[in-house]
Design a protein around this ligand. Structure first.
Ligand code: GLA
Length: 692
């Protein structure tokens, strides 16, 4: 039965009384407008279906007390929403949303399609995915569905439609999460046939496909579409890349199947998102995210402690999907249950991590999960209340965050991250390198981080974007390991340099074309003439070799490219020292002024000390200035810009207390007053507001 919520404000405080007025009838749930949620929300994953309804009130009261304003609900509750095929029961969900609303808590609804019910997979076994070894998945875990299967899509669409019709206009529903952590694919014969159709649409003719994949090699030439296999990890590079693109397009259409029906039945103010997993590369996120309103990710440290560089890069990658603020829709309350050692984050570290999230552009930080189900696979995971339903020690830290988010929300409202530096990232390139690492220690994500880390420290803000993104606003664009360089990306980069930007290409860039074929020129392929130099040969290294030049003396581990400077205007920045004879004294990094800008190629994997010097040179040459100014080592600075104000988030991730001197007096939002410097204990946080 739909319910109507009416809110009365008592005094000027935060106490709200809601009356339930029952009886509007029909499928719609017209309700009084909800108060606007705060700009920065604290949230948690709540599973009301796992608990007696009589318990909800106590949980929601504890959430409200901690300053939690958002619950994500429903993403695994299909068997509760549709206990029997075609018989939908969403009344309990409506009551849960209303109950949360009475505590000023907004709901994000997850569609439950990551965990189809047993009746569904029993009746329609073709909806279960098939592993690479040909075995069909069984019921009892999650992600056992086949993302390409038409019957599964029909069932998924129906449940999403039922939910959207019921809650698409509910004022307490902020938005939607489709499914949960897209990951598992299927290798069944029907999916293979779809892949072959996809290839036909992309390549048009077998002749074209055979040429572009060079299938003359090892008699791979195809004379019929249905001869083409699925290959993963090892195979023809064109086939491997095509399969990953098919996987990505199929996730996109899987998502669109639900997205269209939600959009058709919901208010425009309700966003649609899905939860991604940081650097996970099981599909091309740029393909899938283009249809969504908001990027959101699940931010887990796992074993050990927060690495602000690695985690910051994952934030910046996620922010780059929609090029705007994003959500941390899941994060760990202390510990997880799936790492080798599920240690807890230190006291104060969860709070520091939440502010680090906000600094990088998160508008929501939501803890997974509120309380462990008494049974089920994740009994040991961190929570905010224990199995007895009372707060665990971390709850107090979350409640402190709740107060701080409320305090800082007015200043942070409408602010976003702005960067002078962009790092280019492409899934095609990461896959291409992973399939043929050439040195098994070569990790393309670590390559990106080796550039990102020192650049982030200097600039205090970095965007991570695909190579076809608009780049005009950046003073410096760095492309580490841009191995696959499409024609469109090459044109974009050349135009950026011609227009006055500084492009830095990292090792292994510009080697492959859009089919993962070798470019018919040496690296960086179509950018050779702009660079006035090229890669003569690449070498996988058994051990680090010496390098020397403008960035001091250091070492090159893993990988070395022998460069040549063909143009008289091309400057040699560093050279290799004595090693295998081939590389001795040869150029390792070169740069050239081109058009109104500059292009640089770094062929050596640089050790951290040399990379720090290289980053200093890159930023100085490009006129990049730090957002706040120089701070002690281990202190992370982030900045969010509004129309008239600017908010700095400053966090001490070092092992010692630190003092940060500010370039001007600023309002200390958390501590109060105007400050010229701030003292930060270990994991200490300052949120500072300045006018622009
Ligand atoms: C993922 C899932 C959650 C939960 C957590 C545990 O992010 O989305 O359902 O399993 O991991 O860390």
């Amino acid at each position: 039965m739909p319910i109507r919520i009416v809110r009365f404000r008592v005094c000027s405080g935060v106490i709200f009384l809601f009356l339930l007025i029952v009886g509007l009838g029909g499928a719609s749930s017209a309700q009084a407008p909800a108060p606007a949620p705060p700009a920065i929300l604290l949230g948690t994953a709540w599973y009301p279906e796992q608990w007696p309804e009589s318990r909800w009130e106590a949980d929601l009261a504890l959430m409200q007390q901690a300053g939690i304003h958002m619950v994500r609900v429903g993403e695994f509750a299909w068997s509760r929403m549709e206990p029997v095929e075609g018989h939908y029961d969403l009344n309990w969900l409506e009551r849960a949303i209303a109950a949360a609303g009475r505590h000023n808590i907004y709901t994000v609804l997850g569609t439950p399609t990551a965990s189809p019910p047993a009746w569904l997979t029993q009746k329609y076994p073709e909806t279960l995915r098939v592993n690479q070894d040909g075995r069909r998945a069984e019921h009892g875990n999650r992600q056992h569905f086949n993302w390409a299967n038409p019957k599964y899509r029909e069932m998924a669409r129906k449940i999403a439609e039922q939910m959207a019709k019921r809650f698409g206009h509910n004022p307490y529903v902020l938005g939607w999460q489709i499914d949960n952590e897209y990951a598992e694919v299927s290798f069944d014969p029907e999916t293979r046939a779809q892949f072959q159709q996809w290839l036909k649409a992309r390549y048009g003719s077998l002749e074209n496909l055979n040429t572009r994949w060079t299938t003359a090699y090892w008699s791979e030439s195809y004379t019929a579409w249905d001869q083409i296999p699925i290959q993963v990890g090892y195979g023809n590079p064109g086939l491997l890349l095509s399969w990953m693109r098919f996987v990505s397009d199929t996730w996109r259409s899987y998502q669109k199947n639900q997205l269209d029906v939600i959009r058709a039945n919901s208010d425009a103010r309700q966003f649609i998102t899905t939860n991604t997993m940081g650097s996970f590369d099981g599909y091309d996120h740029y393909t899938v995210e283009q249809d969504l309103d908001l990027a959101a990710w699940d931010d887990y440290v796992g074993e050990g402690h927060l690495d602000p560089i690695q985690n910051g890069a994952a934030h910046d990658l996620t922010r780059g999907f929609k090029q705007k603020n994003f959500w941390v829709i899941e994060t760990q309350p202390g510990s997880v249950n799936w790492a080798a050692i599920n240690n807890s984050l230190d006291k104060g570290e969860v709070r520091a991590m939440a502010w680090h999230d906000v600094g990088h552009g998160a508008d929501v930080v939501s803890y997974w999960q509120w309380r462990s189900a008494l049974n089920g696979q994740e009994q040991y995971h961190g929570t905010l209340v224990g199995s007895d339903g009372t707060p665990v020690p971390l709850y107090a830290e979350i409640a402190q965050l709740g107060k701080e988010f409320a305090k800082a929300s007015p200043a942070l409202a409408g602010t976003t991250v702005q960067s002078q530096v962009a790092i280019l990232h492409s899934y095609d390139s990461r896959w291409a390198i992973q399939w043929q690492k050439h040195n098994d220690k070569y990790n393309p994500v670590e390559e990106i981080l080796s550039y990102y880390g020192p650049l982030r420290v200097i600039a205090q803000s970095v965007d991570i974007l695909p190579p076809t993104a608009a780049l005009g606003q950046y003073k410096l664009v760095v492309a580490p390991g841009l191995n696959v360089l499409s024609e469109a990306a090459a044109k974009n980069l050349a135009a950026y340099v011609e227009g006055g930007g500084h492009l830095v290409l990292g090792q292994r860039s510009g080697m492959k074309d859009d089919d993962n074929s070798l470019q018919p020129e040496r690296q960086p392929g179509p950018l050779v003439s702009l660079l006035g130099g090229r890669v003569e040969q690449y070498y996988a290294l058994e051990k680090p070799i010496p390098i020397e030049g403008k960035w001091g003396t250091g070492e090159c581990p893993l990988w070395a490219e022998l460069l040549s400077a063909k143009d008289s205007g091309t400057e040699i920045l560093i050279r290799y020292g004595k090693s295998n004879g081939w590389l001795d004294g040869q150029p390792a990094a070169i740069t050239r002024k081109a058009g109104k800008g500059r292009i640089t190629y770094i062929g050596a994997w640089l050790d951290p000390k040399t990379m720090a010097q290289a980053a200093k040179w890159m930023t100085e040459t490009s006129g990049v200035k730090p957002a706040l100014g120089v701070v002690p080592d281990g202190v992370e600075v982030s900045a969010r810009y509004g129309t008239h104000n600017l908010v700095y988030v400053v966090i001490n991730f070092s092992k010692e207390p630190q003092t940060v001197h500010l370039p001007a007096a600023m309002e200390d939002i958390l501590g109060g007053g105007s400050k010229q410097s701030v003292d930060l204990p270990v994991y200490g946080v300052a949120v500072l507001s300045a006018s622009r």
